[in-house]
Design a binder for this molecule. Structure first.
Ligand SMILES: *Cc1c(COP(=O)(O)O)cnc(C)c1O
Length: 375
């Protein structure tokens, strides 16, 4: 054969040889470094594994489901959604809850349904670094508006930005990542009163707050354009299970059902998540301790003379360092992984076990004398 197109050189083909979408050229795959070090405090996970009892329940559920794995899963994931509605409370029905592989995928469903070319998503910086990724992946324009200097948000700031930019969707994280700051429910209510675009509230860390029941879920009966996103990845100690969900008017769920890939949630995902939900008390067992540990850690960091952003989540920003990368590297050299993220000079640390936090503190104490601070 004389005709041999370049692409046939499978083993040597370079990304630049492939017809990549132009907007993806030069883009790096997103994600925090996954490094195998003793103390990993960089992605806000619950550091406590499921109990033996829950582990057994999950194993049994998956074992039972295995006999049906020749069949496709329940496309509507109805039993799981019913369990999630029950877990959330607030009188929510199964038709008001939607689930997917992590809240990441829930967000993509929302943007596939309500974003896309010619549509605009607005959020408030600094905030979750995945938001622009969702927008890019769905060809949605992303507009980032700065928060107040103390990283809080109020209705006037949000509404002025809506008037200026005319977004189709606004996205507010509370507690916000990476700042840990909360937007009170009254503020969300005022925003819902004053704007007509969709209002998405990302409550990924809600269970860690001082008042977990003080949730935007309570507003759902009043506002058809409000969408509340939750995840099992953080307080619920189920990051590896990949299960996120939303609560909203049933029409929003119908929109997600149009754009989701059929069978997006595997049978294994559905039954394992249900087993976890059936043991919600145990899964959430450590949340109160983590909440206290978070406050204790923030206090300790302040006592060390550092600036700390008051956080109601299981992480906080601390700094500010003239060379935060050097501090990050110094911690890593001592087996402690934190996140180099957030406003200039800050690092973000997640709340780990007592041993992990001791490791972090010890390493930081060693580094601080030589770590120059910002003015
Ligand atoms: C961690 C996090 C999530 C969770 O994403 P999953 O896909 O559910 O694991 C969502 N929103 C914010 C702000 C987060 O920090």
């Amino acid at each position: 054969m004389s005709h041999e197109p370049d692409l046939v050189l499978h083993s040597e083909v370079q990304l630049a040889d492939l017809p990549l979408r132009p907007e993806l050229v030069g883009v790096e795959p997103y994600g925090a470094p996954q490094l195998d070090v003793p103390v990993r405090l960089n992605v806000n996970e619950n550091p406590y594994p499921p109990s033996d009892h829950v582990r057994e329940a999950m194993g049994k559920a998956v074992g039972r489901a295995a006999s049906g794995l020749n069949r496709y899963p329940d496309r509507e994931a109805l039993e799981l959604r019913r369990d999630l509605a029950h877990y959330l409370g607030f009188g929510l029905g199964v038709d008001q809850v939607w689930a997917a592989n992590g809240s990441n995928e829930v967000m993509v469903h929302l943007l596939q349904a309500f974003g896309g070319p010619g549509r605009k998503l607005m959020s408030f910086a600094p905030t979750y670094s995945m938001y622009p990724e969702y927008a890019r992946g769905t060809n949605t324009e992303y507009v980032s508006v700065p928060r107040h200097a103390d990283f809080t948000l109020d209705a006037d700031l949000v509404c002025a930005a809506v008037e200026e930019h005319h977004p189709d969707l606004i996205l507010i994280a509370t507690p916000n990542n990476p700042t840990g700051t909360v937007v009170p429910v009254q503020v969300i209510a005022e925003i819902c009163e004053r704007v007509e675009c969709l209002v998405i509230v990302d409550e990924a860390y809600q269970e860690f707050t001082e008042l977990p029941e003080d949730s935007a879920l309570a507003l759902l009966p009043r506002y058809g354009h409000l969408i509340v996103i939750r995840t099992m990845s953080k307080a619920f100690a189920y990051a590896g299970g990949r299960l996120g969900y939303l609560a909203a008017a049933s029409a929003v769920v119908d929109a997600c059902r149009i754009v989701r890939l059929p069978y997006h949630l595997s049978t294994v995902s559905q039954v394992a998540a249900r087993a976890a939900l059936a043991n919600a008390h145990e899964m959430l067992d450590q949340v109160e301790g983590l909440r206290e540990a978070s406050q204790g850690l923030q206090l300790w960091l302040r006592r060390m003379g550092l600036t700390v952003v008051a956080s109601q989540a299981n992480f906080c920003l601390f700094g500010r360092f003239s060379d935060r990368h050097a501090v990050w590297q110094g911690l890593l050299d001592r087996g402690v992984l934190v996140r180099e993220i957030g406003p200039e000079g800050f690092l973000r640390v997640s709340v780990g076990t007592r041993e992990e936090l001791d490791g972090f503190k010890q390493a930081l104490v060693e580094i601080l004398p030589s770590a120059e601070r910002m003015g």
